[in-house]
Design a protein around this ligand. Structure first.
Ligand SMILES: CC(C)(COP(=O)(O)OP(=O)(O)OC[C@H]1O[C@@H](n2cnc3c(N)ncnc32)[C@H](O)[C@@H]1OP(=O)(O)O)[C@@H](O)C(=O)NCCC(=O)NCCS
Length: 193
């Protein structure tokens, strides 16, 4: 479910392609808060878990690194304007704890707007379908904003992530990127790439 859809600022990739800044979104159990740099203090301990990187690589960022990452992500666009970045922190409604995040990167492929999505939930909060809820809210919002195609890069052995990709309407393609399978929506409105 999307809430607060009134855009405050418009991000323009190029004439004719404009998106609002990330609004707050809501699911049954979660609030999706648009990322702020101040979230770093709360999120650093939540994400301080090497197991969260089993299928994606890398390692947990420390607080200072996370502040820097968030400082860039909140700009919502790459320096050259070729990508839009949308990031949300997931907050449980019952305990008000920050539990993870979802993100989307928007790019233009000729006339098609492609959104690459990702989801992360701290182990303490896993197994409650929170990630599925958050991913659904994210994908619903992307469709509502005019995305032409949704893509997720999912490790073939990551069963929970595969299940989320299915739940949000994606389908595994034959394309692989660094061992991940490209999951993509069948929607290709406007795609002439
Ligand atoms: C991927 C991740 C967010 C899933 O979190 P989660 O809390 O297990 O997810 P949910 O509880 O919302 O469950 C989502 C689906 O996965 C299924 N699932 C969960 N664990 C599973 C497992 N071990 N085997 C098979 N299915 C599993 C659930 O049943 C559910 O599917 P369903 O609703 O069709 O039944 C979490 O494992 C994570 O953050 N991993 C590290 C970060 C990462 O790799 N993210 C993926 C990058 S795209």
């Amino acid at each position: 479910m999307v809430c607060g859809t009134t855009p405050t600022t418009v991000l323009i990739m190029k004439p004719g392609f404009s998106w609002p800044t990330a609004p707050a979104l809501e699911t049954t159990a979660l609030i999706l808060e648009p990322l702020r740099v101040e979230h770093a203090e709360e999120m650093a301990p939540v994400l301080d878990d090497p197991d969260l990187h089993t299928f994606t690589g890398g390692e947990p960022a420390n607080l200072e690194q996370l502040r820097q990452i968030y400082g860039i992500q909140v700009l919502e666009r790459s320096p050259d304007g070729s990508e839009l970045w949308f990031n949300w922190i997931l907050r449980r409604k019952d305990t008000l704890e920050a539990a993870g995040y979802v993100q989307a990167t928007i790019t233009l492929h000729k006339t098609a707007t492609v959104a690459e999505v990702a989801w992360v939930l701290a182990r303490k909060h896993q197994g409650r379908r929170f990630a599925r809820q958050a991913a659904s809210a994210l994908v619903d919002w992307l469709w509502a904003m005019g995305a032409d195609r949704i893509v997720a890069h999912v490790h073939p052995q990551h069963l929970a992530s595969n299940a989320i990709a299915v739940a949000v309407g994606l389908h595994p393609s034959t394309t692989r990127l660094d061992g991940d399978v490209n999951w993509t929506s069948e929607e290709t409105r406007g795609d002439r790439s």
